[in-house]
Ligand binder design. Structure first.
Ligand SMILES: Cc1ncc(COP(=O)(O)O)c(C=O)c1O
Length: 432
């Protein structure tokens, strides 16, 4: 009997966390590394939020709390979501979780039986795909199109809906592309869902980057469309907008109070509750005008970096890069680099087994790290389904301008180093 259950193989693991070990190895080998992999703001949580959390700990608010989330926070979330999405939200439909990530597994566990299909954006947050296969479901890629700034069309969605569709994952602003789904597109998407899907088909709307949009864009939620609030799980949290990744605070608004209770039952059986002082700090974050001033400053800083990095990447021969409308990532297409650097030929020359373990963008990623000291994430970190023949990397721009300048200079050097790449392919690091 094997030690580990077989289903563990299907879970996958988030690339930005695992590549950390690779970066540590490169650093241990003496390489200075510019990290453009981090999926969190390079800003600290705001002083008024920190003070609120500390005060709660000082006054002894350090015990178990309501597994669904403390009522004052659920009220604050309900008020905020109702106002920003233009829909009624009652606190008994809100569940508070330790980050936005747990709502992904809870949603898939709650609604997906073996054989059910889950439509996942491709590229997208790979955890959607991992939890689907872990639960015996079937991930179905919904291709995001570069030429549409990484949106999809209502027809694209209609083409992948089948009678087995149970869950449709949406993410806007998107990790990894920075694409944003405008309200006009969401209206068309909602019409397709209303027409083609049974009422028990759920939409998971990942809105964790809701605060980070550029160029005057306004975040739009599919839940605001007629008839969609009763089908949609709205997921968000404090991690990205409020720069609170380490506090572990997220939430979901469920279509019904009954569905929120099923989530609560699973929280009781796993983590019991979110730390109450974290929740109080989250309430202060949501309700204080000062939080939104900090968000505005942070977003302006991401915008300025985006406006520098996109033309700088486009200036590298073989790279094309769209300007993202939200989040803090850029997702350049490196197909030209893979061609001129010899990556595609090197990949094609690998034995079939080795080819299955890697990809052209993975080879470029390892080369850029081990030979040029710059860490980025490769295409398959964002789902393997729908990734065939695609050559992209993701850069996080949540880092200083100095680091960004240095990182892009190193990518440019890697992209031009054909001899270095040929040599690298003979070395053990290329097979990691
Ligand atoms: C699309 C998306 N959803 C959810 C999460 C998880 O957020 P949290 O840290 O709040 O669990 C992330 C984090 O990278 C993300 O990119």
């Amino acid at each position: 009997m094997p030690l580990y259950a077989k289903r563990l193989d299907d879970l996958g693991v988030e690339g930005s966390f695992t590549f950390g070990a690779e970066i540590a190895r490169a650093i241990a080998a003496g390489r200075d590394v510019v990290r453009l992999t981090i999926g969190e703001p390079d800003f600290d949580s705001a002083p008024h939020v920190n003070e609120a959390g500390i005060a709660e700990i000082r006054r002894g608010n350090t015990h178990y709390s309501d597994p669904q989330g403390i009522l004052p926070l659920r009220q604050a979330i309900a008020t905020y979501v109702a106002r920003t999405r233009g829909i009624p939200v009652e606190p008994d439909r809100v569940i508070v979780l330790s980050g936005a990530k747990p709502s992904i597994s809870l949603t898939i566990q709650t609604y997906v039986d073996p054989g059910d299909e889950v439509i996942c954006p491709a590229p997208g947050f790979a955890i959607y795909e991992g939890w689907t296969t872990f639960m015996g479901g079937v991930p179905v890629p919904l291709r995001l199109r570069e030429e549409r700034d990484f949106a999809f069309t209502a027809e694209d969605l209609a083409a992948v809906i089948t009678p087995k569709t149970k869950l449709i994952m949406l993410c806007s602003p998107s990790n990894p592309t920075g694409g944003v789904l405008p309200a006009s597109l969401l209206a068309e998407v909602a019409a397709v869902i209303r027409e083609r899907c049974r009422p028990d088909v759920r939409v998971y709307s990942d809105e964790i980057y809701e605060h980070i949009v550029f160029d005057g864009a306004v975040h739009a939620s599919i839940a605001s469309q007629p008839g969609m609030a009763e089908r949609t799980v709205i997921a968000s949290g404090a991690s990205k907008g409020f720069a609170m990744t380490g506090w572990r605070l997220g939430w979901a608004v469920l279509p019904t109070a009954d569905e929120a209770q099923t989530f609560k039952r699973q929280v009781i059986q796993t983590t019991s509750c979110v730390a109450p002082f974290t929740q109080e700090a989250g309430r202060v974050a949501l309700e204080s005008p000062a939080s939104y001033d900090q968000i505005a400053r942070m977003v302006e800083s991401f915008r300025a970096r985006r406006d520098w990095v996109v033309p700088a990447l486009n200036a590298i021969p073989g790279v094309t890069c769209r300007s993202p409308h939200g989040a803090f990532y850029v997702f350049p297409n490196i197909a030209g680099v893979c061609r001129t650097l010899g990556v595609l030929d090197a990949y094609d020359a690998l034995p079939a087994d080795a080819r299955r373990q890697t990809s052209p963008s993975r080879l470029f990623q390892l080369f850029a790290l081990y030979r040029h000291g710059v860490a980025v994430l490769h295409r398959e970190s964002f789902g393997v389904r729908g990734a065939e023949g695609q050559h992209y990397v993701r850069l996080s721009i949540a880092t200083s301008m100095d680091q960004l300048r240095e990182g892009v200079a190193r990518i440019a050097a890697a992209a031009a180093d054909r001899a270095g790449f040929a040599q690298f392919m003979t070395e053990p690091e290329s097979r990691r």
